[in-house]
Structures are given as structure tokens and as C-alpha cells.
Design a protein around this ligand. Structure first.
Ligand SMILES: [Zn+2]
Length: 133
């Protein structure tokens, strides 16, 4: 997996998310008015239009909702195959994160697997990847 990293462009709205791993904790925006989690980050709650959205810490665990195994070497530095998964985030109803499952063989990943976040730092970005819990 080393080298396969297209890093996100940080801005005022998403910086907290991509740097949250600096203290090892996973955070998502949550509306202070109606408690809806808002992801990807944006300044207004899509449920009640409140602007009172702020980062909230979640446990850092989740469940593999669905996944695919990528065998295509999109870039020369890519190490294939690897798992692209959609993880349902514990403690943040309705939030699904598209990420990679790391540190296990691609055959070991199944829908319903419990996973936990494993941040991978690249400069000022901490990518929230997941490993089997
Ligand atoms: Zn709201």
C-alpha cells in the first residue's frame, strides 16, 4: 500500500477531519441543534439548516458495510490487490466512510467485519484507514 496516496486538499471546512488523527481520535461534524452527523464536512446541517456544526469524537470503530478488491495498478507505485471498503462508523448514525482495510490479506475481509481506525500520516494529513478489530 505504501505510495498509494492521493492526498486530500485541506480547506477550512475539512481540515479538522484530515488532521484529527494527530491525537489518534476520529472525528466527524455533528449538528449541535439536531445531533445529525454531517459528512463530508460542510458548514450547514443538511437536516435542519443549522450552522452550529462542530467536530465530535467517535469511538474509532465501525463495521464493513460493503467492499471491493482493487486489482488495477492505477499508478506505478500502487501495490495491488487492496481492499476499498465502505465502513459504517460506530457512534455516528448515517456516516459511511470510504477507506481501505489494511494489515490483512484481501481474502480476510468480509461484510460485517468489525474494524478500527488506523491513521496513516502523510505530512499534515492523517488518513483514516481501518484494520480488523
Ligand atoms: Zn441539524
Amino acid at each position: 500500500m505504501a505510495g498509494f496516496r492521493l492526498l486530500p486538499r485541506l480547506n477550512a471546512e475539512n481540515r479538522f477531519f484530515w488532521t484529527s488523527g494527530s491525537d489518534g481520535r476520529l472525528r466527524f461534524l455533528r449538528c449541535e441543534a439536531c445531533e445529525t452527523f454531517v459528512h463530508p464536512p460542510r458548514p450547514i446541517c443538511p437536516n435542519c439548516q443549522s450552522e452550529a456544526v462542530s467536530p465530535a469524537t467517535v469511538p474509532g470503530t465501525g463495521v464493513v458495510d460493503t467492499y471491493t478488491i482493487n486489482h488495477q495498478k492505477w499508478q506505478p507505485v500502487l501495490e495491488v490487490p487492496y481492499v476499498i471498503a465502505r465502513v459504517a462508523i460506530d457512534g455516528a448514525p448515517g456516516v459511511y466512510l470510504t477507506t481501505n482495510i489494511i494489515d490483512c490479506s484481501v481474502e480476510a475481509v468480509e461484510i460485517g467485519d468489525a474494524v478500527k481506525v488506523a491513521f496513516e500520516q502523510h505530512d499534515d494529513v492523517w488518513l483514516p484507514l481501518f484494520e480488523k478489530a
